[in-house]
Design a protein around this ligand. Structure first.
Ligand code: MSP
Length: 498
C-alpha cells in the first residue's frame, strides 16, 4: 500500500478561523481517514502562514508585533483543528526555525541552479491576495478577486518561471488527471498557455519575512516561502530522513487540498519550483469551492463570517462535518445556513440513521436479551462488497457527497425493511423471521457505520459500538466480514439526539 501525504494550505494569521478554513480541514481529514482505513500510511500536514506584508499591516493596525499576532492566531488554528476532530501529523509555523531552514534551502538550490536573477519589478500588487497582477487581469481597477491593488516599482529577485512553460504543459497534458475537479485542470492549462512571465520572488520595503540569502534588502515573497512549508513538514532539507523518504519521495502519493482561489500558486508556481529544484512533484491537487453565507459572499467587512467555534458548540462537530461534506458536490460553491444544516442533519442523521440504530438495538434488547440474534437466512442481507466498491469509487474521485449518499440509502432501505416486516409483530408469530430481520438490520448498521467513519468519526464509533462490533474489525479490509451472533450489545443511547 502506497504511503500518502496530505496537506491543507497553511492559514494566514491575519484572520480568525472561519468556515472556509474549517472546510479545508474537514476535507483533508475525511480523505486521510478514508485512506488510513483502507490500509495506507498517511501523513497529514497543516499550519499557519505568518510572514508577509498583509500580516505586518494587520499587526500594525492592531498595535501588535507581528510575532505576537502570529502566536495568538496560530493557537486559534490549532484549536479549531482539534475541535473539528481534524488529526494532523505536522503543524508548520512559517516563523519557526525549521521552516526558515527549509525555505532557505529551497531558495539556495534554485539559486545554485541559476533559476533566480535580480532585476526590477514594475506592476500591480495586491497585499490582500499577496499576489502580482497584470494590467489585463484587473477588473475596474481591482484584482479579479475584488481586492485593491497598488503600483509597485522595486528591485526584485525573479524566478525563471517562463522557462518551465513547456514542462508544465507536458505535465498537465499527460493522460493522468492531476487537478480535481477536471474543469480546474483545464483552467490551469489555459493559464500556462496564455503567458508565463518570470515571477518576482522577493519583496523589499518591509521586513516581516525571511531574508533573502546574502541580501538583507529583500525578504522572500510570501508565496515561495509558504509553498515550501510542504517540504518543511517532511523534514526537508534532510532528504535522507525517514520522513522525507516515506512521504515526499517519488513513491508516495502527495495530495494538496486547497481552495480554488489559490490554484495558480499551487498548480503553476509550485510545480515549477519543484521541477527547477529537481525535487519530486505532488500527484494531486484537489480544489474546493467557496462557501457563501445565506447567499452572500463571506467577508470581514460585511461582518458575515461564520465562526466554526460557534457552529461546533451549537451543533456538535459531526453535524457540522456531515453538512459541509454532504451539502455540495466537491469543487462547487456552497451556501451555508443554519436552517439548511438543521434540516439536513435532522432528516439524514436523526430521523434516518439514528432512528434505525435506536429501533434495532432496542428490539434486540427487548426480544433477544441484548445479544445479536442468530439468522438462518441471508437473502435480505446487504451486499457489503458491492456497496464498498461503489463507495470507494466515489471517494477515489473525490465525490464525497455521492459516497455519503450510500449509507443514507442503506439506512432508508433497512428502515423500510423494518416497516414492511414489522418485527414487533413477528415477535409473537414468527420468532425466527424476527431474528432474521434484526440480524439483517444489524448488518446494515455495521456497513453504514463503517462507511461513515471518515466523515463523522465520533458518531460512527458510537454506531459501531452500539452493535457490539469489535474495534479490530472496523478497518475497510473487514468490510466483508459479518457480525457474530451472540455478541452482547450495550443499552441503546441516542446517537443524534434531536
Ligand atoms: N496562506 C495562504 C495559503 C498558503 S498555502 C502554501 C492562504 N491562506 S488563507 O487563510 O487565506 O486561506 C486558506 C484556505 O481557506 C484557502 O484554501 C481558501 O480557499 C480557503 N477559504 C477562505 N475563504 C473561504 C470560503 N469562504 N469558502 C471556502 N474556502 C475558503 O490562502
Amino acid at each position: 500500500m502506497q504511503n500518502v501525504y496530505i496537506s491543507t494550505p497553511i492559514y494566514y494569521v491575519n484572520d480568525s478561523p472561519h468556515i472556509g478554513h474549517a472546510y479545508t480541514n474537514i476535507v483533508s481529514d475525511v480523505l486521510a481517514r478514508f485512506m488510513k482505513l483502507r490500509g495506507n500510511k498517511v501523513f497529514v500536514s497543516t499550519g499557519t502562514d505568518e510572514h508577509g506584508q498583509k500580516i505586518e499591516k494587520t499587526a500594525k493596525a492592531l498595535n501588535m508585533h507581528p510575532q505576537e499576532l502570529a502566536e495568538a492566531k496560530s493557537n486559534d488554528f490549532r484549536q479549531i483543528a482539534e475541535l473539528l476532530n481534524f488529526k494532523y501529523n505536522a503543524f508548520i509555523r512559517t516563523t519557526s526555525e525549521e521552516h526558515k531552514k527549509s525555505a532557505l534551502a529551497l531558495w539556495n538550490i534554485l539559486d545554485k541552479k541559476e533559476e533566480i536573477y535580480l532585476s526590477e519589478y514594475e506592476g500591480w500588487y495586491s497585499i490582500r491576495d499577496e499576489s502580482f497582477y497584470r494590467e489585463q487581469d484587473l477588473v475596474n481597477g481591482l484584482a479579479p478577486t475584488g481586492a485593491p491593488v497598488e503600483w509597485l516599482k522595486e528591485q526584485s529577485y525573479f524566478f525563471k518561471l517562463s522557462k518551465w512553460q513547456d514542462k508544465l504543459l507536458e505535465m498537465y497534458s499527460s493522460s493522468q488527471q492531476i487537478i480535481s475537479p477536471k474543469s480546474k485542470q483545464n483552467e490551469v492549462i489555459s493559464f500556462i498557455k496564455s503567458e508565463l512571465r518570470d515571477l518576482s520572488i522577493s519583496r523589499s520595503g518591509f521586513s516581516w519575512g525571511i531574508s533573502v540569502p546574502n541580501d538583507k534588502n529583500h525578504v522572500m515573497y510570501v508565496w515561495i516561502e509558504a509553498l515550501s512549508n510542504y517540504l518543511t513538514s517532511t523534514g526537508f532539507p534532510n532528504v535522507e530522513s525517514d520522513l522525507y523518504q516515506s512521504y515526499w519521495s517519488q513513491d508516495s502519493m502527495k495530495i494538496h487540498v486547497i481552495g480554488k482561489d489559490i490554484l495558480k500558486f499551487h498548480a503553476v508556481y509550485w510545480p515549477a519550483f519543484l521541477m527547477a529544484a529537481n525535487l519530486p512533484i505532488y500527484d494531486q491537487i484537489i480544489a474546493h469551492g467557496w462557501w457563501t453565507n445565506c447567499g452572500q459572499k463571506i467577508s470581514k467587512s460585511l461582518g458575515n463570517t461564520i465562526n466554526p467555534f460557534d457552529l461546533v458548540s451549537k451543533f456538535g462537530v459531526d453535524r457540522v462535518r456531515y453538512f459541509l461534506m454532504k451539502e455540495i458536490p466537491f469543487g462547487e460553491d456552497g451556501d451555508f445556513s443554519e436552517e439548511k444544516l438543521t434540516q439536513k442533519v435532522t432528516t439524514d442523521l436523526s430521523n434516518n440513521i439514528g432512528n434505525l440504530v435506536q429501533r434495532v438495538s432496542s428490539m434486540i434488547h427487548k426480544e433477544c436479551n441484548g445479544a445479536i440474534p442468530m439468522s438462518i437466512s441471508t437473502s435480505l442481507l446487504p451486499n457489503a462488497e458491492l456497496e464498498f466498491n461503489t463507495y470507494t469509487k466515489f471517494m477515489n474521485e473525490y465525490e464525497f457527497h455521492r459516497a455519503l449518499e450510500l449509507p443514507i440509502k442503506l439506512s432508508s432501505r433497512a428502515n423500510e425493511l423494518i416497516n414492511a416486516s414489522a418485527p414487533w409483530s413477528l415477535a409473537k408469530t414468527n420468532r425466527q423471521e424476527m431474528q432474521n430481520i434484526l440480524y439483517t438490520c444489524s448488518e446494515y448498521i455495521r456497513i453504514i457505520g463503517m462507511l461513515l467513519q471518515p466523515f463523522i468519526p465520533s458518531s460512527s464509533e458510537m454506531i459501531l459500538d452500539q452493535i457490539g462490533l469489535n474495534k479490530n474489525s472496523r478497518s475497510f479490509n473487514s468490510i466483508t466480514d459479518s457480525l457474530h451472533a451472540g455478541i452482547q450489545i450495550p443499552i441503546p443511547r441516542p446517537i443524534f439526539p434531536r
